[in-house]
Design a protein around this ligand. Sequence first.
Ligand code: ADP
Length: 244
Amino acid sequence: DEQGLDYLEVRGLTVDFDGFKAVDGVDLTMLQGQLHFLIGPNGAGKTTLVDALTGLVKGTGLATYRNKDLLSLPSHRIVRAGVGRTFQTATVFDELTVLQNLDIAAGIHRGAWRLALPRRRVPEAVEEALETIGLSALRDRPAGILAHGQKQWLEIGMLLVQDAKVMFLDETVAGMSAEEREETGDLLRRIGTERTIIVIEHDMDFVRTYADVVTVMHAGKVLAEGSVADIQANERVQEVYLGR
Ligand code: ADP
């Protein structure tokens, strides 16, 4: 591995919908400790890429994480391998409390943990996640009363208790206030040091502030990759975004 850090490696990933390649030969290395943003115009293939890496659609090529080929695993095994995702519209249970949502997410993993970890580890992980996402005070409130931003944080908490080491986040700050955005950026930086975090994002201010690495997709392919400065200076990226 590279410098002892965890990473997810994608080579030649292709997703073919009846002859249309929504993802077309993508190579990507996502490294622990770097906030990695995935940008590109609508239809570029960002969601389909994440769908393929989380087992929701069938992809060909290679996607390796901790010696496991993600493309050959069903989605529940991908979760157990430590790879999780959020969705643009938060998928929390509104009628259940914040704590119950986290408990359920932890339960998904309980079977897998039984042999490896003592049982008390699960409640501890839930307490820790509550603290990390800043929702301790709302633990016994129904998730339905949470603000949009808080629901996104709860979803991230659900990934934390599932012990996700790789997290794909889908437009996490869309619809958030400036203050919520900043809190989200801080949260991602805190949890990102020990994890591999990839964020699909349209909010370029957010990307500029928090990205360590940016990958730009266009028409199913990687158009450019690098720091924010690299990307901003890239002529092909300017063409795609500004239509020049
Ligand atoms: P992005 O997330 O970058 O906006 P998507 O991954 O959603 O892009 O879509 C990439 C392309 O694949 C689009 O042209 C979209 O219409 C197409 N696409 C997505 N899902 C399917 C599907 N299930 N069947 C056929 N085409 C699809």
